[in-house]
Design a protein around this ligand. Sequence first.
Ligand SMILES: NC(=O)c1ccc[n+]([C@@H]2O[C@H](COP(=O)([O-])OP(=O)(O)OC[C@H]3O[C@@H](n4cnc5c(N)ncnc54)[C@H](O)[C@@H]3O)[C@@H](O)[C@H]2O)c1
Ligand SMILES: O=C(O)C(=O)C[C@]1(C(=O)O)C=C[C@@H](O)C=C1
Length: 293
Amino acid sequence: MTPLFARVAIIGIGLIGSSLARAIRTQGLAGTIACADANPDHAARAQALGVVDEAHTDPAAAARGADLVVLCMPIGAYAEVTQAIAPVLAPGAIVSDVGSVKQAAIAAIRPHLPEGVHLVPGHPIAGTEKSGPDAGFADLFPGRWFILTPLEDSDDTATRKVADLWRRCGMTVERMSPDHHDRVLAVTSHLPHLIAYTIVGTATNLEEQMRQEVVKYSASGFRDFTRIAASDPTMWRDVFLNNREAVLDSLQRFTEDLTALQRAIRWGEGDYLYQLFERTRDIRRGVVEARQA
Ligand SMILES: NC(=O)c1ccc[n+]([C@@H]2O[C@H](COP(=O)([O-])OP(=O)(O)OC[C@H]3O[C@@H](n4cnc5c(N)ncnc54)[C@H](O)[C@@H]3O)[C@@H](O)[C@H]2O)c1
Ligand SMILES: O=C(O)C(=O)C[C@]1(C(=O)O)C=C[C@@H](O)C=C1
């Protein structure tokens, strides 16, 4: 099959960037895969692993001559990297990304793009708590959702090509407005991470002897939270700072629901607790049936 792109440049060759590189290679979707990473060890490791044809530390060196550039680094670095690659982007080139927040990603990229370069933002809803080029794997994507958030003026052909890329990596592609994406993900992804960080933080704040017992007798509920709370600090700092309104809104709702639960426990309202737990168990069944568990 002919490759979709002649040269793909992946900027940030960590968990998602290296998974994408592996999937592109496995599916034969690009003639050349170039990458750039600000961390020279990550660039060298990606080259040593053979997941890319070229590895650089300068993003412009990777992006030069690329028909597709995919930003795969934390959102806080988007503006600086877009400014660095802008002079080498040819008219007709596509710039896309995988960032977990869409409105802030667009605001950071769009002002710096030269005329004739197409912006097609997106977000693969797939990941793990691990980071870096060794953590990636091509099978991260099959069976998962990819949310495409094109702008009103996004080029149709460019949008279709980006959708095709992710479809051929095994994902199911859906379109959403950037604003809607940010509100949905605040509830389904950002809030759960915030809760996990809080629970694990609270436990580690307990006095020394207690802390040892928390780790020693970790029940699976706590263990599941520690997995999520091990997620990359830079990435998640940038997510919360860049989706502030939607996260604060869902956090407010969560706090109110928690207060209602506290009240039900205090007043022995067993029916309230039972009905809530019954409802949430059904939701879990739905997630499993949708094969997203
Ligand atoms: N981890 C997930 O589950 C997940 C899922 C979907 C989307 N995302 C998004 O993907 C992006 C990358 O996340 P990840 O999990 O792959 O993180 P990661 O830490 O594994 O990889 C990020 C890479 O970017 C590099 N980097 C940092 N600043 C850079 C810069 N200025 N220039 C070039 N490279 C730079 C880092 O050295 C690292 O190799 C984030 O925007 C995140 O929101 C993450
Ligand atoms: O499975 C995990 O470890 C993840 O946190 C993946 C997860 C999620 O919340 O589902 C995290 C961030 C993303 O932007 C997309 C996916």
